[in-house]
Write a protein that binds this ligand. Structure first.
Ligand SMILES: [Zn+2]
Length: 139
């Protein structure tokens, strides 16, 4: 039974790590293969020990994660360079819907004595959090 080495600094494919895809299951080595599999979502990852990386080949282009000694980080699309234009577009996809909801809440405020007068402002914050989470992952 492999031990969990979450706090180990080096990636060892014969140990158990949290799944970077579902964030619920654990990935462990698949016998007779140079791969690891998740016990929850059943994704299969190929291993690159030298670069401390795992790759999810079931998606094109494949997603690559690097083990930083504590968690999986730097999810990348293999062979894809994202320039500043993509970053600007991603930021605008977060800011524009949030601004739209916020402007509606500002220009059409609810009556202050309504029970749910807090709802438009909370909805604006939830819109920001939801879209940010969709684009960039968990907060
Ligand atoms: Zn999983």
């Amino acid at each position: 039974m492999p031990r969990s080495k979450i706090f180990n600094t080096n990636f060892d494919p014969h140990e158990v790590y949290p799944c970077p895809v579902c964030r619920v299951g654990k990935i462990s080595h698949i016998p007779l293969m140079e791969a690891m599999g998740c016990d929850f979502c059943h994704e299969i990852f190929t291993i690159n020990v030298e670069q401390q990386q795992i790759k999810m080949p079931s998606r094109q282009p494949p997603l690559v994660w690097r083990w930083n000694g504590f968690s999986w980080s730097e999810v990348q699309l293999e062979g894809v360079e994202l320039g500043w234009g993509y970053g600007l577009a991603a930021i605008s996809f977060v800011v524009l819907p949030t601004s739209l909801i916020g402007m509606v809440a500002y220009y059409f405020p609810p009556h202050p004595h309504d029970i749910i007068s807090w709802l438009p402002y909370s909805w604006t914050i939830l819109t920001f959090c939801y879209i940010y989470q969709l684009l960039f992952g968990f907060l």
